[in-house]
Design a protein around this ligand. Structure first.
Ligand code: NDP
Length: 344
């Protein structure tokens, strides 16, 4: 138990599953179809195969298919793979899942099949996304907190990776056992599979993208601005703040031992300065903006806006990215990075 706000108690209440909680044999006789052989698809297919699971790939006819064939997997059309498999894993980009699901997967979803997702988005916002699976299948989720490469590398090293797992629909009465078996075969219970819901996963993921990430980015941008305006050399500013890689080490330590505990790695001057001045940045407007973003995520406002945007524009992020790329911050950052590269 620990305290963040006064008069409020927070409990560590989610269940975390590890290897001992799961039995891979539950799915040893099942056929798994990985739909999409991209970042997650390739890593997850290889982990399952190395865990002794029968895996086929469903992919359209292009370079990812060639990659899967080269890796010695049997590859079928998405429709055929869904028809053959007992467990269908949706590992194509979220934005195109609805079309593929409705045209090629839904007609093959017979009773007893399991549909698996690597994120909760499309099911949480199914009214908006248009993915409405039938009530007679199991719907489960293993959402890695790790990029595909890491999913594979930490499986090979034996370290494992964290994931969020959930059951949306348990038609067979066996969904929990299947979910845990799959999580173990994918290598995540080696480290920890944290029980959540589809909605919790989607909300947390979106919050990180829409509040935590941008807030951090803004702190960086503001720091650069204040120091540039005060006349410090841009090269020194960027190296000091993050281009040296020191920040990445500190973030790693924060992840592994804690925000306050990692201070011991820094000098006494650093500790005194940040502990006395840090309180200036307990800024209520950041909390207000974060709550606003979270409300939009929870109410579905963001999902509706995003669905509308995707329907009305062919490349819905292009104009936003163009603006971001021409910001003074991005331009000076690029110049400094190029200059630093020349000395490598
Ligand atoms: P990728 O972008 O790497 O997926 C690419 C795959 O999707 C390829 O097999 C590609 O095949 C196929 N694909 C792309 N467009 C189409 C299309 N129009 N029709 C048919 N197939 C298509 O996806 P990710 O691995 O990044 O994401 C997969 C899932 O995993 C998503 O649900 C995502 O949210 C989730 N996830 C991703 C994480 C990550 O780190 N990337 C982390 C955790 C979860 P081809 O090019 O041959 O068409």
């Amino acid at each position: 138990m620990y305290f963040l706000s006064q008069n409020k108690e927070y409990e560590a209440k989610a269940k975390i599953y590890r290897d001992n909680d799961a039995d891979i044999n539950i799915i040893k006789n099942k056929l798994v179809a990985i739909i999409g052989y991209g970042n997650q698809g390739r890593a997850q297919a290889m982990n399952l195969r190395d865990s002794g699971i029968k895996v086929i790939i469903g992919n359209v006819n292009d370079e990812y298919k060639e990659k899967a064939l080269k890796d010695k997997f049997e590859v079928f059309s998405i429709s055929d793979a869904s028809n053959k498999a007992d467990i269908i894993m949706m590992l194509i980009p979220d934005e195109i899942q609805a079309d593929i699901f409705n045209n090629e997967i839904l007609p093959n979803l017979k009773k007893g099949k399991v549909l698996e997702f690597a994120t909760g988005y499309n099911i949480t916002y199914k009214d908006v996304t248009g993915i409405n699976p039938p009530e007679y299948i199991d719907i489960i989720m293993v959402a890695p907190r790790m990029i595909g490469l890491g999913v594979r590398e930490t499986y090979i090293s034996g370290e494992g990776y964290y994931s969020f797992i959930a059951i949306e629909q348990d038609a067979s009465g066996n969904a929990k056992k299947i979910l845990l078996a799959l999580a173990k075969a994918l290598g995540t219970t080696k480290k920890g599979a944290i029980e959540t819901t589809f909605a919790e996963e989607a909300h947390l993921d979106l919050f990180t993208e829409q509040a935590f990430g941008p807030a951090l980015g803004n702190v960086l941008r503001t720091s650069v601005q204040v120091l540039l305006d005060a006349g410090y050399p841009p090269e020194a500013i960027f190296v000091e703040l993050y281009m040296s890689g020191e920040l990445s080490f500190t973030l790693k330590e924060i992840g592994e031992i804690g925000l306050i505990e990692q201070m011991d790695f820094h000098s006494q001057t650093s500790q005194y300065g940040s502990l006395t001045r840090g309180v200036r940045y307990f800024n209520p407007t950041i909390e207000e903006s974060m709550k606003k973003s979270l409300n939009e995520i929870q109410s579905g406002k963001f999902a509706r806006e995003w669905a509308k945007k995707q329907k009305s524009e062919r490349d819905p992020t292009a104009s936003l990215k163009k603006v971001a790329k021409t910001m003074p911050f991005t331009i000076i950052e690029k110049k400094v990075r190029e200059k630093l590269k020349k000395f490598k």
